[in-house]
Design a protein around this ligand. Structure first.
Ligand SMILES: CSC[C@H]1O[C@H](OP(=O)(O)O)[C@H](O)[C@@H]1O
Ligand code: ADE
Length: 290
């Protein structure tokens, strides 16, 4: 049986977590470049944890320049089995109000300027992301949120935009009315795709900060208002995270949804045709199947 190691990627407003036993910030080297920051490791309720601030402490990295590949590789290299993303998001639904949390289960990827795969020329792979989030982790996040008294919605489609500017009114209306998106953010893609390539279970908790710009009663989105809501959300986000170790447990059976076996039949390039340098970089992410 594998040991659970829960990675938490903290978004805007969450730059650390409290209560870890043996807490230590570790600098992890990755062949994909430096991760966003050092990684805070320790144990909580007997379960190993790793926390990575997505934008770095002090909010250094923009959504387009977060080193997504290095982050996922570093978490995999540390032995993490599960990744929980906690992100600030706008809402396209009246009932998903600022202060509420949404356990995202689908994505529409509108990002255009990011490296989206660990694979490429010399080692080609195609994984399925039809179901990009892990329902088992989603269950744990939902229970943790309810136990923490958070108003939580199970299921929602996250529109990942490039940013850094917020959407135009026309885009906001289109994402909501024609595309059926429920929440919007700038960072969960390609993160979720890369987690799948690295055979890590991934769940995304959207902490609603605003109604983007479509809502007739709320005007346009503005970062000052977002930051006010973000502070309360961040406390709730930490309470949710603190409940996860007990819910997930230290012993981890294989994922019933197959997230941890995503690469089983994904690599197309014949072994003798593979690029040695790329294969070497893939040691942590794909070592199991290479
Ligand atoms: C602070 S508003 C915009 C910013 O916040 C979100 O970041 P994260 O997903 O890391 O919480 C959003 O995606 C934007 O990057
Ligand atoms: N309205 C919004 N659009 C994109 N990212 C966000 N993060 C928080 N609110 C957002």
């Amino acid at each position: 049986m594998t040991q659970t190691k829960i990675a938490v990627i903290g978004g805007s407003g969450i730059y650390d977590i409290n209560g870890l036993e043996g807490a230590e910030w570790l600098t992890v080297e990755s062949p994909w470049g430096p991760p966003s920051d050092a990684i805070l490791t320790g144990t909580l309720d007997g379960v190993e944890m790793a926390f990575l601030p997505r934008h770095g402490r002090g909010h250094v990295h923009a959504p387009s320049t977060v080193p997504y590949r290095a982050n996922i590789d570093a978490l995999k290299r540390l032995g993490c089995t599960d990744v929980i993303s906690v992100s600030a998001c706008g809402s396209f639904r009246d009932e998903m109000a600022p202060g509420d949390f949404v356990i995202v289960d689908q994505f529409i990827d509108r990002t255009i300027a990011r490296e989206k795969s660990f694979f490429g020329t010399g080692c080609v792979a195609h994984v399925s992301v039809a179901h990009p989030t892990c329902p088992r982790l989603g269950d744990a996040c939902e229970t943790a949120a309810r136990d923490a008294g958070i108003n939580v919605h199970r299921g929602g489609t996250y529109l990942a935009m490039e940013g850094p500017q917020f959407s135009t009114l026309a885009e906001s209306k289109m994402y909501r009315e024609s595309w059926g998106a429920d929440v919007i953010g700038m960072t969960n893609m390609p993160e979720a795709k890369l987690a799948r390539e690295a055979e890590l279970c991934y769940a995304s908790v959207a902490m609603i900060t605003d109604y983007d710009s479509w809502h007739p009663d709320h005007g346009e989105v503005d970062v000052t208002k977002i930051i006010e809501t973000l502070m309360g959300n961040a406390d709730k986000g930490r309470q949710l995270v603190a409940r996860l170790p007990k819910l997930l447990g230290a012993d981890r059976a294989p994922c019933p949804h197959g997230c941890d076996r995503a690469l089983e039949y994904a690599i197309m390039t014949q072994p003798e045709m593979r690029d040695a340098a790329l294969v070497a970089k893939l040691d942590a992410v794909a070592g199991r199947v290479l």
